[in-house]
Design a protein around this ligand. Sequence first.
Ligand code: ASP
Ligand code: MG
Length: 403
Amino acid sequence: MLIVKKFGGTSVANKERIFNVAKRCIEDYQKGHQIVVVLSAMGKQTDVLLQMAEDINPKASKRELDMLLTTGEQTSVALMAMAMDSLGVPAVSLNAFQVAMHTTADYGNARLKKIDVQRIRFELGNRRIVVITGFQGISKFDDFTTLGRGGSDTTAVALAAALHADACEIYTDVDGVFTADPRIVSTARKLDEITYDEMLELASLGAGVLHNRSVEMAKKYGVQLVVRSSLNTSEGTVVKEESKMEKMLVSGVATDKNVVQFAVEGLENKPGVAFKLFQHLANHMVNVDMILQSVEHGGTQDISFTVTEDMEEVAMETLERHSQTSLKCEKVTVTKDVAKVSVVGAGMMSNPGVAAKMFEALYDAGINIRQISTSEIRVTVLIDEKFTEDAAQAVHEAFSLAK
Ligand code: ASP
Ligand code: MG
């Protein structure tokens, strides 16, 4: 078998953990498997490097930032190969240039385009463990690029796809994907399986276990993933197309506090108003999430929507700039203390009543809903931030997700 194994920063944070990972890889190597290891930078090294850059030049170019950040992964792969070598197993570390991992030239947020597998195949053919830098790539200008924070997952999935690997294992510091964040809902349970679509909804909701694009890519190329702990040998969670088990009505509850709500009041009720509003925001790269348009009252209407916290300022500036001219609205307000709570489950598609059940649980807990949005497999409510934990617990219980 050819196995791609990816280890995150905490899994290689120090000497002891590096050796722990080395031994785990060697175990499979000694069973006769071909092993490709993808690593993140050690511990919080990426943050440390970013801080160093900030100290020197807060306006550093993205090109130079990528040049700097890629050293983090280069450090961990070299040390890992040394550790394996010291344990008597031949290993070779490779960076994005040595493999040739081609990406777009969007520094800081590049997308993988093509991976050459020749060198990797050659090294595997010589019975070496191949240890590859996650997170980085090369642009057509022969510069280093990075794939965005958490991007090593995507490197691993892309390598698994390019190499037609038999397994792709994502090792992390938790036991797998849970029905809720265990820090918020103490009865949260590890899932054995989850579908790509559910995982995508959970990842974008801030579940944080997997890089969003890695799941998109896994779905596109049919790469089955296993998310498991590097600190113990528990089974982990399989992420795949269809869940073998009966489709869970609801697989998980996600919360996200990184959100603010805007209300634009007193807009004219005529064609083109929503278009102009969201076009202005899009022009300033503001990504809008939940949208709610009120019915007409007194000849005008209101539109509310949410954005992530970091976009609050730009969104406000944009709206204020246009409020008297092209938008002609009466008032723009922003509410910061809000949070999203969502339920996700592939079984929703064929079962009515999920939304009602969720709303009932919130009602019973005395929590008011400000706004609602849905997808085929998700129901999200916006509530007051102070009720986030209570809401997650109530909903988790209502769907009997507990251990
Ligand atoms: N080291 C990079 C980061 O912290 C990439 C990764 O860990 O996946 O974002
Ligand atoms: Mg990660």
